[in-house]
Design a protein around this ligand. Structure first.
Ligand SMILES: Cc1cc2nc3c(=O)[nH]c(=O)nc-3n(C[C@H](O)[C@H](O)[C@H](O)COP(=O)(O)O)c2cc1C
Length: 230
């Protein structure tokens, strides 16, 4: 494998070789028997998430959220998954952020989880709904004072003049929180991806990767299952 030092930040040739030589997937991988998978993808997702926790995967609840703006142009970022239940996959964010504005224009999203030590990927896709204010308040109050103060600043995704401005703005909001500890910004929102598609992908050393896709017509419809070519 070419050395990391040989791949200078501007030397794209060496970087290309380095990337080509990097390994993908661990030497030992778990088995997956799609025919034994449960009828409900939330049950299988929970099994896989717990496997990831048990395997010590760092931040197994981190997921990539993809949204699109009104013109259909996509953007993606990593978020924390707050809960998964019969309604779907939940995350929380500021409604005024880029993702919040995109979800207001186009309430539909895709999520991707990748648990590298297990060679497993899960993809979720569907319409997005906003939970009620009570659920958002409950989520907000469970956050640390620092995280709450930062959110109260309310400028996520807006242009920032200088990093020093953050400290002063967060400190001012922390003071506000001391006076009004139950403060919840109306923009703090818990979103739920009401999945219409959930795909489970298990890597295989011999490249016989397994893909099991669950699909349904509408959030209340029954799930159907289908294997996909890797
Ligand atoms: C591991 C990790 C977890 C994150 N969790 C959240 C989160 O739960 N909510 C959130 O709004 N941003 C979270 N972020 C920051 C987002 O990736 C993103 O920078 C921010 O939400 C602004 O995105 P936007 O401009 O597309 O709206 C997290 C970032 C990382 C790397």
């Amino acid at each position: 494998m070419p050395s990391v030092d040989a791949a200078t930040p501007r030397g794209t040739g060496n970087l290309r070789e380095l990337l080509r030589a990097l390994p993908v997937f661990p030497a030992t991988l778990p088995t997956f028997a799609p025919e034994q998978a449960p009828d409900d993808p939330v049950a299988l997702f929970t099994e896989w998430l717990l496997d990831a926790v048990r395997a010590g995967v760092p931040e197994p609840h981190a997921m990539t959220l993809a949204t699109a703006d009104a013109a259909g142009d996509p953007s993606a970022r990593v978020l924390i998954c707050k809960d998964v239940d019969a309604d779907g996959w939940q995350f929380a964010s500021h409604a005024g952020s880029r993702k919040g504005r995109e979800l207001a224009a186009r309430p539909s999203a895709a999520l991707t989880f990748y648990w590298q030590p297990l060679g497993r990927q899960v993809r979720v896709r569907g319409p997005v709904t906003r939970a009620d204010a009570e659920r958002a308040a409950e989520d907000f109050r469970a956050r640390s004072v620092g995280a709450r103060a930062e959110t109260l600043v309310g400028r996520q995704s807006r242009p920032l003049g200088h990093p020093d401005e953050i400290e002063a703005a967060v400190r001012a909001q922390a003071r506000r929180l001391r006076d009004e500890p139950n403060l919840v910004p109306p923009e703090w929102t818990v979103y739920t991806v009401r999945a219409l598609e959930v795909e489970f992908w298990q890597a295989d050393r011999d490249r016989r990767h397994l893909r099991l896709a669950y699909r349904r017509e509408a959030p209340e419809s029954p799930w159907t299952r289908q294997l996909l070519w890797p």
